[in-house]
Write a protein that binds this ligand. Sequence first.
Ligand SMILES: Cc1cc2nc3c(=O)[nH]c(=O)nc-3n(C[C@H](O)[C@H](O)[C@H](O)COP(=O)(O)OP(=O)(O)OC[C@H]3O[C@@H](n4cnc5c(N)ncnc54)[C@H](O)[C@@H]3O)c2cc1C
Length: 468
Amino acid sequence: MTFDLTVLSQRLGANQVLTEAADMAKYLADPLGADVVAPLAVVRPDSTKAVADTVKWCTGHGIGIVVQGGLTGLVSGAVPVSSSPCLILSMERMRAVRDLDPVNQSITVEAGAVLADVKSVAEQAGLYLPLSHGGEGSSQIGGNLSTNAGGINALRYGTARDQVLGLEVVLPDGSIWNGLRKLRKNTAGYDLKHLFIGAEGTLGIITAAVLKLRPLPTQRATAWIALETPEAALSLLQILQTQLGETLSAFELLSHTAIDLALGMPGTRLPLDQPAPWYALIETETAAAAFALEPALLESLGAALETGLISDAVLAQSQAQRLAFWALREAIAAAFIEDKTSIKTDTAVPVSEIAASIHSTTGSLTAYLPGVRCAPFGHVGDGNIHFNVLRPVTMTSAEFAKHVPGIRSILELEALKFGGTISAEHGIGTLKSKALAGTQDPIEREIMQRVRAAFDTGSCLNRSATGL
Ligand SMILES: Cc1cc2nc3c(=O)[nH]c(=O)nc-3n(C[C@H](O)[C@H](O)[C@H](O)COP(=O)(O)OP(=O)(O)OC[C@H]3O[C@@H](n4cnc5c(N)ncnc54)[C@H](O)[C@@H]3O)c2cc1C
């Protein structure tokens, strides 16, 4: 079937409707290497009105839309994988900062703005957007909100959802909902913005958002800690939360297997002299000048060393050292993305179940495939431990590939067994739609399907995503 894209080209501008394979290639580069089906075109609107016009045109022609942000999600949700005709709608040209209000402590940005750029604009005004994760250099605000991104600071500041005051959304019929309120509180009816956050573009296209800002921290202390067990990490978390209060902003648990893989990435080095079975990377921060952060952290860690709860610790002595700690942490994700045969997960369990679930999942996986290498790492504060898995050293990639569905199923069932979720970072996308269908409570699924149907009767937006 052929479609005449002339009207759309005239509306968006000649260079903003890409149809040549070479021009479209970068938009089809799924990080997981999914089998992407070429769209009719990649469109790059530069305004909310242009997004709305594109949606109307697609609805009128029965053409689907796959919304694309920074293409960092790891569930193949932002690329077309089905053969039904569609366009990729890239948000990359909608990146303006519309407003920065220092008194309200809020910033209004277009959805295609890259997270790191928005943080930097806020910082120049002495303010802080605490959303922080390894994909922030390319992921966009719209993508972050559509997947309800968490990251290293979710422990203290919550997820993307908790940063939002208002949204502007283009609905599947092309109408525009202007919910760009800067209000901290609003009880006038349903709080609609929350429907679109975490909806992976299935209910509407987020075109702009009002985000909360906070005072920029003036002190930070960061420590790399050696531990013997995940249980010790949970005890340390409790102690630090009590002793340091809300200044504790990040608490990452890292298995040595994960760190070992990361140490293969260029420019990385272990901050401690001796390896340990487990590490914690923690950070505290405050804007309050009256509180002496580093001495307080040193005292807590000194006591933990004395009681044997931790076996070693080093505090970052400079910003460069702090960044090196975080670079090693982020190198884990990069190393896993590079190792195409590895299994990457983003399951989560309640914080109190982290240790038990790590032990149970390790036991189940090694019983299923002896020699399999378990490399859990992630955010203790929100229970989102990535239980990533590497093939046994003696096994070929081809042989390991046969075990991937079995391993994925164990990982998901183990997370659910501990009251957890099969997805706590990247969403469902197309990769996990079957897993969602197979594990979801029927009532919960029906509610979600009704919500989707209420918005998108023709199912034009992100048709393949979530499977709902
Ligand atoms: C190295 C690395 C580390 C990460 N660490 C973390 C972490 O610690 N915690 C965490 O929670 N996540 C983490 N992530 C995941 C990250 O949060 C998501 O990849 C990111 O939020 C997606 O943003 P994006 O702009 O790249 O969206 P894309 O990947 O392009 O899209 C993701 C989904 O959102 C939809 N979408 C995109 N933009 C819009 C829009 N404007 N309106 C409606 N729908 C839209 C897409 O259709 C797709 O379904 C990490 C990712 C990477 C690569």
